[in-house]
Design a binder for this molecule. Sequence first.
Ligand SMILES: Nc1ncnc2c1ncn2[C@@H]1O[C@H](COP(=O)(O)OP(=O)(O)O)[C@@H](O)[C@H]1O
Ligand SMILES: [Mg+2]
Length: 1174
Amino acid sequence: MSSGGVPSAAATSSSQCCGQHGSRGHSARRAPPLAIHEQEVGVADTLQLEPLTEEAFVANLQQRFKRDLIYTSAGDVLVSVNPYKKLALYSLDVVEAYRTKALLSHLPPHIFALADKAHWNLRERNEEQCVVVSGESGSGKTEAARIVLQYVTVAGSGPTGAQQDPSLAPIKQVRDRLLQAGPLLEAFGNAKTHKNDNSSRFGKYLDVEFDFKGDPVGGTFTSYLLEKSRVTRQLAGERNFHIFYQLLTGADIQLLKSLKLHRNIDNYAFLRPSRPLSMETIDDKRDFQVTKKALETLGFSAEDVVQIFKVVASVLKLGNIGFTPTSNIDGTEGCTVTNDYELFEVCGLLGTNPMELTSALTQRTILAGPVLDSPSTNPAPPPPPPCGSLRGVKSGGCSSSVAGTPPSFVPSSSMSSTGSRDVYEVCEMLQHSTLARLTLADERGSSSTAGELVVADLSASEATASRDILCRALYSRLFAWLVKQVNDATRVRKYGKRKVLGIMDIYGFEVFDQNNFEQFIINFCNEKLQQAVAECTLRLRQDEMLREGIEWTPVDFFNNTPVCELIEKNNHGILAVLDEESQRGGPGGDESFLARLCHTCGSSAYFETRNCAPHSAPTDLPCNTSVPPNCFRLRHYAGTVTYNVAGFVEKNNDTLPLDLSLAMFRCEHPLLKNLFPEGNPKRTTLKRAASAGTQFKISVGALMGNLQSKTPHFIRCIKPNELKQPRIFENALVQHQVRYLCLVQTIKVRKTSFAHSESYESFLHRYKMLSPHTWPCWRGSAVEGASYLLRDLPLSSPHFAFGRTKIFIRSERTVSELEEFRRQRLEDLAASVQKMWRGYRCRQRYLLMRQSQIVIASAWRSWREWQIGKTRLFKGKKNLFCLYRVAREEYRELKRRKQIEWAVQVIQTHYLQWRRRQYLQRLCVSLPSDSPVCREWPMAAKRLADANLMLRRMHHKWRCHKYRLKFDQTARNRMREKVTASIIFKDRKASYPRSVSHPFLGDYVRLRQNVQWKKICVETNDQYVVFADIINKITRSSGKFVPILFVLSTSSMLILDQRTLQIKYRVPATEIYRLSLSPYLDDVAIFHIKASDLGKKKGDFVFHTGHVIEIVTKLFLVVQNAVGKPPEVNINTEFEANFGSQSVMFSFKCAGLPEVQPGQIKIMRKGSRMEVLV
Ligand SMILES: Nc1ncnc2c1ncn2[C@@H]1O[C@H](COP(=O)(O)OP(=O)(O)O)[C@@H](O)[C@H]1O
Ligand SMILES: [Mg+2]
């Protein structure tokens, strides 16, 4: 049914247009390879259009259309105007041109360019893609989707690749199957309508899966709601589904015979309304061969094909079955089948018993009377008008005639919905899996009571309706089964990473004179699609710029969200009202639905009925005569459509009477068990499926979700005329489409915005090799990296804008340039990698050859020597050779050992270096605290002990130094005193360790603040007190302790009365020359005074104080400062002291006497000896 000359993998010549189009209709002219470069007509990229108005845009399309340039770029969208004739735009040369050059595109806009971009993004950027084709019915969507599919399936390994390379045979098979699925599904799902001779009567979404190379590995088709009502009824001038005509005109006589069909189309009631039709564009005979080929390619066996055609033939023949009204004894109406032979033939085709099929068609099993203790939440339907007679009760679907007519039961006039509802409801309510478990009326008696199943005869019209339901169910289920089989055939069978490219070809917007449930569903789908496209091209783009802080001029556009909500809103939408009405059941459903719609949706500006105009409450209104009775009108984005509600409820319910399901399930035809699973008596679930509307709403929601999760590419198809004729361009029609597709707004948004936006991170990741600043790795922030990168490229700054988190690139051309730079750089990088690898490989080869040469040479020499030794019988010479061989072996052994030693050394050195490095690295992270008193230090291996010690010392010195740096002058002085104390006493005096932690406070009596002292010290020039405390002076005569105030100033030592502060002695520091102490724990110190006048007079002083270490240290320093040299510090157990007139020997003993407490001392004078017991 296609017409465009599009490429296909099945092509045999690279220069020919190919695909099934070659075999359908007139074949396309051979494309001159450079046809695509022809001189530009109008503006190919409408971003450049000035002024940008709707009129100018349409005029531009027209100008191009006249010259067969049907593709025009409108911002992110590709506009395609249906040429209604074959164009030489799709040859393999053109494919190749776009495949190789599209990214640096100076090529005109083309559907291949769009497909190539999607395929390239998928392959190179590893992003999932989706091509969305939209437009009115007949605008060329299906063709466009087919061209995209054909392009992307050949884009990976090239159009002819799969044919030449046998390893690509699986790819070829996948390609062929994906491409052949289209003609097959079109044969069963497309039909001629007023709008289009090959109108898709189902929605189609195809996910093509690609491997990492970009070759197709499989695909999944999803079909949406087939317009099955077409099977039994078509508008005048329209046709049924193509397959019926194809079968009748294309099948050979044997096949027709086996299907019990006649070639004459007029013989079939379901096809008759479409006659006569002059079908220039459709060649059913040839198309049948295409369909058969597609079935074969998709792996259907000959047996499967026959079974499929049997179902198709049965539908045709069922359509011929008529019913004659009869009167039952009870006065009710029944019917009989008029043309039995058709029925017999149908039974032959389906493998069933004519009786059974007859009763399934002419009778209905339903529940007699209300089920009182039903847990159903549905309100009980009002009693329907009588229209059938009860004849019996069914058990498990087998008719068993039972007398009696229960007065309470009357079957519904709308058998297709209500009858089946009853049976389903009964089963649901009673939670029974089979009818057999229901209470049988004949077990209880002849009269049926509430909750019993009874069989009712149908009137002739009801039986006809029942027949139509069966035909529609048979056909639509066969179609669903075919889609499933196609999916099985195109399922991915290869493991590995895969990416998906979706192609969406949904039915186009439709307005007919009479619009029914199908048009409502189709147009709802189009509303949703329009909403999604507007979101992506208009709203999201503008929102992004706002979010990123980029300057732009906002562009207004028509937002169709209110219409979508009006239809799909939960509880209050049209679909929700329809569902409620469908669940309620009962007669007059459609009218009641319309009334409820008026009530619920009447206030919407987009909704109108006869009783309510927009914006008005229904009750206040005069009659709105513009809307016909029984209709409601919706203001869709593409125009206003008036829908007739007749059949809405029934079609929404979409249930099949259980009698028919049971009858079909019991047929021997192998497909029917699959198509009617609910007819299986062993079936355990009888849950009713969601309504058709709800199912559709859910699947459209999922489809839109799917679209949003992928990178979209939009093709907007435009229909140039309603006559389906080439060369006719109806301005008003095109302008209307341009307006509702918001094309001018899209261009305006694109004009003020950017072609491409990408997060800084991903931009940098992709192009970092283009700048020496960012290659091989960039450690700074991504924004900075991106700006460095761009600075290093020969691109000017107006081409970019920096958002908050994203970089914006003005034109597609700049993106292409960036990609080209990247490609070239990657080539260079690949060349250097290759160079290195080749060099390495050559060197390895050379080394191997050299080694081999040595081995061969040595073997050769050995052999030659052996030969010589063998041939020459000179013994001496033989020995010489033996010696030579031994010597050579030894030499080799020596050489080997040397090498080993050398190797060991190298290894050892490296090992040690490694250990050292390890040690240092570990040390670096495990250094102890900076406190000088911290004694911790990490352990080291024995081999590194010296270095470890050295480092420890260095570290300690360093941290001491650091510690000292923190000192002020006072602290420094104190430290100096402590260090001096350590020098003098460490390891010499037992009481020293105790003093270490004790701070040298100096002025223990706060003398410096004493007023009296302040006066005294001025006189003696002793203002700077170093030490002051009350200590014991030991009397020379008896060794008694006399408390005195001992003061040490920077110039002298003073002994004062502790109460009066009267100076008893003042000894200048220069007079003190020695300080004597014992090594014990005692606190005695003797200060030796020079033998001057004072010294002669008074002699040395003996003191006892708890601060002996501090006094001695400070005195030591004072004397050192005064004299310039330190006094002698004598630490001994015996020493002499000058007591003025005599010399006394001090003797210290550590006797441990019981009378001497630890820390105390006892001093005894014995003549010239002074004994101190510690
Ligand atoms: N690119 C094209 N080249 C030639 N003819 C085309 C092209 N696109 C569409 N047509 C013609 O228009 C008809 C309707 O196109 P189709 O894709 O079935 O419309 P849609 O799917 O939108 O209802 C096709 O049968 C074909 O004859
Ligand atoms: Mg279509």
